[in-house]
Design a protein around this ligand. Structure first.
Ligand code: ADP
Ligand code: MG
Length: 343
């Protein structure tokens, strides 16, 4: 250990991962892709195995004062499956690491597992193991997922080239605005416990925050339409951050158009109510778990009428130019705020 002390916040999450990963070299020829994509890729006979893990911590990722345990269990599986979807793969098995204290009753843990079961059924995933331990710092859920993909269908973050079209599914910013609503209602409730929150008006947003879905439906539809994305990532940190990942890994610049970024009307109206620019919520709000992918221009015909796929821009050769053309026609630089857990 050197005497020097560097702050994690100075590196940020991705800088820290890069620094930790640097000394590790791949030793097995079967390890096709290690650190740096949504899932690790391991050759397994004539197909590829995918492996990914995501952890949810009480007080960091969720607040049990407004997150029902069943929803939490469901979400923990969905966000893991989402990383398999992001490789254009299909999930197979999960293992669940659980840290709990005696603050939780057996019934409470069963409730959590009812959500895990619902998600396992929904995504056709087997729960095949895990680990249970006591936790002194709140509830911890650490899940790993295994999936598979044919080697001619895999979508890395790095596979796109200039002129490929940037596509995003669903709509963006809703989960972030749902979180803002829940946080506000929590404050209101804490200062006046007699009040009941009226979340009806925000039901779509709250649902997107509490019960996100992995877009496995899109993975299946792309297969039916015979489209293999040239690159893909799931939107967990925010669209801007994911765009920059695809750009940097594919050694291209990205260009998107503000008016093409899909934003639900409830997200739009609620953002305005919270004095947040709706496009900021869409670009930098996290946890949408939509898929951001690129296609060859030749595949556009096959997808152009899809109701839930939006074409937001394209890649170009100038690697360091990542821009958005605003509704007013101005060019602004895309920067990733994402989620910096260490700031
Ligand atoms: P995602 O948002 O898709 O889950 P992350 O941004 O969390 O991906 O991680 C990016 C890459 O870094 C992934 O390949 C992940 O496996 C890897 N990674 C994250 N944390 C660590 C760690 N502590 N040690 C080694 N690899 C890590
Ligand atoms: Mg991911």
């Amino acid at each position: 250990m050197s005497e020097q002390r560097s702050e994690i916040s100075a590196l940020g999450e991705f800088g820290l991962i890069d620094r930790l990963a640097e000394p590790f070299k791949i030793q097995h020829p079967d390890t096709v892709k290690g650190i740096g994509d949504d899932a690790a890729v391991i050759r397994c006979g004539d197909h590829l195995s995918l492996l990914s893990t995501d952890m949810l911590l009480e007080g960091v990722h969720f607040d049990l004062r407004y997150v029902p345990l069943q929803h939490l269990g469901y979400k923990a599986i969905a966000v893991n499956v989402s990383d398999i979807a992001a490789m254009n793969g299909k999930p197979g098995q999960v293992v669940v690491g659980l840290g709990i204290s005696n603050r939780f009753s057996v019934e409470a843990v069963e409730e959590l597992y009812a959500g895990i079961k619902a998600a396992c059924q929904h995504y056709g995933v087997d729960l095949v193991g895990g680990d249970t331990t006591s936790s002194a710092v709140g509830l911890v859920l650490s899940i790993a997922v295994r999936g598979t993909v044919d080697s001619d269908k895999i979508a890395f973050r790095s596979g796109a080239s200039a002129n490929d079209i940037l596509c995003v599914t669903g709509d963006l910013g809703a989960a972030y605005m749902g979180l803002q609503v829940l946080e506000r209602e929590k404050e209101v409730f804490l200062s006046n416990p007699g009040t009941q929150p009226d979340l009806e008006k925000y039901s779509y947003l709250v649902g997107r925050q509490l019960k996100p879905e992995a877009r496995m439906d899109i993975v299946h539809e792309l297969e039916e339409l015979k489209v293999v994305p040239t690159a893909m990532i799931d939107v967990s940190d925010g669209l801007a951050s994911e765009l920059l990942h695809i750009g940097r890994n594919s050694r291209c610049g990205v260009k998107i158009f503000e008016d093409k970024v899909p934003i639900d009307h409830q997200t739009f109206e609620t953002a305005v109510e919270f004095k947040i620019d709706p496009i900021t919520a869409a670009l930098n709000g996290g946890e949408d778990y939509e898929l951001l992918f690129t296609i060859k221009p030749a595949d556009f015909e096959k997808l152009k009428n899809h109701a839930d796929i939006h074409f937001i821009g394209h890649l170009h050769t100038a690697m360091d130019q990542n821009v958005m053309i605003t509704k007013a026609g101005n060019t602004v630089a895309l920067t990733a705020q994402g989620w910096n857990h260490f700031s």
